[in-house]
Design a protein around this ligand. Structure first.
Ligand SMILES: O=C(O)C1=C[C@@H](OP(=O)(O)O)[C@@H](O)[C@H](O)C1
Ligand SMILES: C=C(OP(=O)(O)O)C(=O)O
Length: 431
């Protein structure tokens, strides 16, 4: 496919966009709807390819799911209602789908085979298969269970007490799904707090868990009941326009309905510390999944250090934060972020490689990157390498480039933000 010519030298971004549904919450709404008893209605469901992969897998597991635009109705028959699939479950590009699904299948007394695309085939799976095997699920995969294709036969599960070796909401969630089916109480201890959408949803579907700091306990044998879920906008998608508003001259953008779950708002903390000019309008902090509107304006930014417990709260935003850092005065250091190496691409390498091509002063470290700002970005041919977040970051980078920018593999953006280019264009036209 021919590379896409991106919009460069954008003089200003003005207007309002409604941020599309949260990817993590959309996945989980299908999964919980499928294992609950009764009907679940989901509105503002994200129509990204990853979430559509989740729907397709649960249909193959015998769950009836109706989808009309961003409204989805799931007719759940309880977790015992899931049926042995006669076909391979294809998770596409979605790490969340495969890892959480393995947790569900670990307790189901039938055989399933899971595959994904080329990128999924390189992402580590023993982080979930090992604890699930300890709970007595039978799992096989390429290279000792590390990579897809993976086969799983579930059954009676023993509870587990598990200290997570990495701060990963996907691993925590997989064990929570298995724990819901185990004979007893499962305890999970995280090294740092990760997104808690699974826990919130257990409660929303009438279940319970206990949480104390980074320890979560879940009792097996709980029966969940269908409910109504309105998915808030995805702060990870909003992050691209928060950055665009801050770095494109003469800009003011209002982002409606941005998810503000505190386990996801690391990007807001970073914007504050970098000195960005933004306002969060009043919102209901006690909502099931809080969300609010944010106004961002062109800002004078300064370099900062991002590390430690903040990392899991902004892990998917690091590519766009790296771009922000190229436009901040001074040095930005990102560390403790080795997890970036096992995302859709090695995001340390792809961010550093592609931003360098555009003229940024950025270098990779073992666990992150160091960026010197402020640098003028020029132009060139760059690639998403099939990674949606890299594709969107580069499209925002192009907005401040002086020369032409061509983007290869722009179609990856459909994974999490199908309307991305439409939204960007609407802010240019509104000027
Ligand atoms: O639980 C989730 O929905 C997600 C957790 C994160 O992955 P890890 O758990 O691997 O950190 C994140 O990067 C991913 O985009 C979505
Ligand atoms: C890492 C991501 O997703 P997943 O792990 O679900 O593929 C992401 O969306 O940035």
């Amino acid at each position: 496919m021919r590379p896409m010519l991106l919009k460069t030298n954008i003089p200003s971004l003005k207007g309002t966009i409604a941020i599309p549904g949260d990817k993590s919450i959309s996945h989980r709404s299908i999964m919980f709807g499928a294992i609950a008893k009764g009907e679940t209605t989901v509105t503002n469901f994200l129509l990204g390819e990853d979430c559509l992969s989740t729907i397709s897998c649960f249909r193959k597991l015998g769950v009836s799911i109706e989808q009309l635009e961003d409204k989805v109705i799931i007719y759940g028959n309880g977790i015992d209602g899931l049926k042995e699939p006669s076909d391979i479950l294809d998770v596409g590009n979605s790490g969340t789908t495969i890892r959480l699904l393995l947790g569900i299948l670990a307790g189901r007394p039938f055989h399933s085979v899971l595959i994904g695309d080329e990128s999924i085939g390189k992402r580590p799976m023993t982080r979930v298969t090992k604890p699930l095997q300890t709970m007595r699920a039978v799992i096989h995969g390429r290279k000792n269970g590390e990579f897809t294709p993976i086969s799983i036969t579930g059954g009676d599960l023993s509870p587990l007490e598990y200290v997570l070796p990495v701060a990963s909401a996907q691993v925590k969630s997989a064990i929570l799904f298995a724990g819901l089916q185990a004979n007893g109480t499962t305890t999970i201890i995280e090294p740092a707090k990760t997104r808690d959408h699974t826990e919130r949803m257990i409660q929303k579907f009438g279940g319970s868990f206990e949480v104390d700091g980074c320890t979560v306990k879940i009792k097996g044998g709980q029966v969940l009941t269908g409910t109504e879920i309105h998915v808030p906008g995805d702060i990870s998608s909003a992050a691209f326009f928060l950055a665009a508003g801050a770095i494109v001259p003469n800009s003011e953008i209002t982002l409606k309905n941005v998810g503000l779950n505190p386990t996801r708002t690391g990007i807001i903390d970073v914007l504050k510390e970098m000195g960005a000019d933004f306002t969060i309008l009043p919102y209901d902090k006690d909502a099931f999944e809080p969300s609010g509107d944010i106004i961002i304006k062109t800002s004078n930014l300064k370099g900062i250090t991002i590390e430690g417990e903040l990392i899991p709260r902004l892990i998917d935003e690091i590519p766009i934060i790296a771009l922000l850092a190229t436009q901040a005065e001074g040095e930005t250091i990102i560390k403790d972020a080795e997890e970036l190496k096992v995302k859709e691409t090695n995001r340390i390498d792809t961010v550093v490689g592609e931003l360098s091509k555009l003229g940024a002063n950025i270098k990779a470290t073992d666990d992150g990157m160091i960026i010197q700002g402020k640098s003028e970005l020029i132009g060139g041919t760059v690639s998403s390498y099939g990674d949606h977040r890299i594709g969107m970051m580069l499209s925002i980078a192009a907005a401040i480039c002086k020369d032409k920018v061509f983007l290869e593999n722009e179609e990856s953006i459909y994974i999490s933000y199908p309307d991305f280019f439409k939204h960007l264009q609407s802010l240019i036209k509104a000027d």
